[in-house]
Structures are given as structure tokens and as C-alpha cells.
Unconditional design. Structure first.
Ligand code: GLN
Length: 344
């Protein structure tokens, strides 16, 4: 049959139309509009609010008394917009999430090489309070985001005495959060009376020459640091400050340098969720940090910080709901940095 001269242009037009629609859909899926962000938070909240998995930490007695139904989501963009859903005012102890900010302050003051040499930055791949991890490496490569490296990081904090070091730690956390934070005394007292394991870790590091202040006092400063009170919005603002190269996008104040953030985020990516860090990165693609108080924050560099508070934890010590919510939001907003649309 003879080909009509109209067949080819029609095909071309249809193809161009389909391509345009596909590309504009892909771009739309990745656009961080106000509506998209709020809808992602609302949907995540509704999807996971009735999930009953996990259990509050109870090895710190006071944590067992925290309401397991606290469930709040907050997202703060690098231009300072705040989005929330659920309970963003209930306070929980920051616990291991604090390790990020003490490490960042040490990197800022002493430089990345000092942290690499004096503590180590490789993931241990073991539980957060593993003594075996210290022993295997003779105190080296202990990582600032699990207990041994974190106690070493607190011992390295600027300040001539215990009070000065604690003040610097509280100040840096407050600057990241954009408001004056304070201590949760019942949690501090509860953990301080029961932290022989962390004291053992500090003494073992001391024996290997990898503790940079009195081990008893360093453990006490670290225990206080873990008991700083925060809500979901505080954690999201802290994450947003990291997402924004070290300037708090709400207060507009410089907290640390972009270089410090550049060295902080990779440690979060490789060790932020303890021995489940690889599983987390596989499912989210972004740096994050959890704590046994039920907080979890994650950083989408250049875009936003997101945080969830929900106390029930899984076996590795990470909030069950928080992991699911953040992974869902990242997917809905299409912001996993490893998701790249091929050039046509
Ligand atoms: N303060 C807690 C501890 O040292 C912090 C642990 C955590 O959040 N994983 O055991």
C-alpha cells in the first residue's frame, strides 16, 4: 500500500507529545512545592500512625516511661519553611542524635584530620555500645557516631574543664536547633546512675591512649549530652542546618562551616543507624542519625532536613515508625540523590 504523506508527521507529533508529558511528569514528581511536601507528610502520618511494631528502650529506666504514642514529623527547607504533622511539641531526650553535633563541633574546632587520627571515621558495623569493637581495633577506628567514639568526641570538646566542655556542647546543639535547649534531668539522672558499661568503654579507651580527658568526667559529659531535650521540630531544624551548609535556615546564623558539614554527612551516611546503616542507606539514599529516645533525623543536602519522633525501637535501636516515614517521604518527593533521570 502506498504510504500517505501524513503518516510520518502524525507519528512524530504523537511521540513528541508523549515525551513532553513524560518529562513534565518526572519534573513535577521532583518539584518541592508546598503542596507536595505537606501532602507527603500527611500521607506518611496516616499510613504509619497505627503501626504497633517496636518497643521503647528500657536499659535506661526513664526511657521506658516515655509515652510510646508520641508521633511527630517535621521538615524544614533550606529556605527556612517549616512543615509539620502530628505531635511536634512533646520533648524526648536526644540520645545518640547528639553524637552528630558534638562531632561537627570537634571537626569545626580541630579539623577533619584530627578526628580521623584521634577517633576514626570508619563504621564499626557493630552495636552502638559494643566493647568488642574497641578491643578488636585496640581503640582505633571507633567512630564518633557510636558510643566509644562519641565519648572520645565529648572528651575532645573545647573547654578546660568539665563545665566548659558541657557548655560548649549545649551551645552547639542550641545553635543547630535555633533556640536554647535544656537538659532532661530525670533521663540524665536515670542514665548517670546506670552507665557502667559506657564508663567501662571510656576506661578501655583511656588504657589505649584514645581518651582525651578524665574518663569518668568524659562519660558524665556524654551522658548529659544524650539527655538534651528536643522535639521533632528541633531535630528537623538541626538537620536543615546541615542541609544548608551549616547556616541555620530559620535564624540565618552560621553554626559551622560548609566544610565541616561536608565531613559530617558521610559519617552519618555510613554509621548513622549503627549496624543497620547500610540497610538505611539502601532504602533512603541520604545521611541520617537515630537515637534510643525515638528521634531520627535525615538530611537532604541543599534541600531540607526532616525528623520524626516516635519512641518504639527495632532490635538495632532505631525508631520503627521514623525510619518508615522518612523513607516514604523521600520516595514520594523523589529526592533520593541516587535517583537520576537519564539524559535522553
Ligand atoms: N545514652 C545512650 C547510651 O549511651 C545513647 C545510645 C543511643 O541512642 N543509641 O547508651
Amino acid at each position: 500500500m502506498k504510504k500517505s504523506i501524513f503518516t510520518i508527521p502524525w507519528r512524530m507529533i504523537t511521540t513528541i507529545l508523549i515525551l513532553t508529558l513524560t518529562i513534565s511528569f518526572q519534573l513535577k514528581a521532583q518539584t518541592l512545592t508546598k503542596e507536595n511536601i505537606q501532602k507527603a507528610l500527611d500521607d506518611a502520618y496516616n499510613k504509619f500512625k497505627d503501626l504497633q511494631e517496636g518497643k521503647n528502650a528500657d536499659y535506661i529506666k526513664e526511657l521506658a516511661n516515655v509515652d510510646p504514642n508520641i508521633f511527630g514529623i517535621a521538615l524544614v527547607t533550606t529556605d527556612g519553611q517549616v512543615y509539620t504533622k502530628g505531635d511536634i511539641t512533646s520533648m524526648v531526650s536526644i540520645q545518640s542524635v547528639s553524637k552528630v553535633f558534638t562531632m561537627a563541633k570537634d571537626i569545626e574546632d580541630l579539623g577533619p584530620q584530627a578526628i580521623q587520627d584521634k577517633i576514626g571515621v570508619d563504621a564499626t558495623g557493630m552495636r552502638f555500645n559494643s566493647i568488642v569493637a574497641v578491643e578488636l581495633q585496640k581503640g582505633k577506628e571507633i567512630n564518633p557516631l557510636v558510643n566509644p567514639g562519641a565519648i572520645a568526641a565529648s572528651s575532645l570538646m573545647a573547654g578546660a574543664d568539665s563545665a566548659a566542655k558541657w557548655k560548649n556542647i549545649l551551645d552547639i546543639h542550641s545553635a543547630f536547633a535555633g533556640r536554647q535547649l535544656s537538659l532532661n534531668w530525670p533521663v540524665y539522672v536515670s542514665e548517670a546512675g546506670d552507665n557502667l558499661r559506657n564508663q567501662a568503654i571510656a576506661h578501655l579507651l583511656y588504657a589505649y591512649g584514645r581518651m582525651y580527658f578524665d574518663p569518668v568526667q568524659a562519660t558524665d559529659i556524654y551522658t548529659k549530652q544524650c539527655a538534651i531535650n528536643v522535639n521533632a521540630q528541633d531535630l528537623a531544624e538541626m538537620a536543615a542546618t546541615l542541609a544548608n551548609g551549616g547556616v541555620n535556615p530559620v535564624t540565618k546564623k552560621k553554626v559551622v562551616s560548609p566544610q565541616t558539614v561536608m565531613y559530617t554527612l558521610p559519617v552519618m551516611a555510613t554509621a548513622g543507624l549503627y549496624d543497620d546503616s547500610g540497610i538505611w542507606l539502601f532504602n533512603s539514599g541520604i545521611p541520617a542519625k537515630s537515637g534510643v529516645g525515638g528521634g531520627l533525623l535525615a538530611v537532604c543536602p541543599g534541600k531540607f532536613g526532616i525528623a520524626v519522633v516516635s519512641p518504639p525501637l527495632d532490635a538495632a535501636g532505631n525508631s520503627v515508625k521514623a525510619q518508615k516515614v522518612i523513607q516514604y517521604v523521600i520516595q514520594q518527593l523523589g529526592v533520593n540523590p541516587y535517583l537520576v533521570q537519564p539524559k535522553q
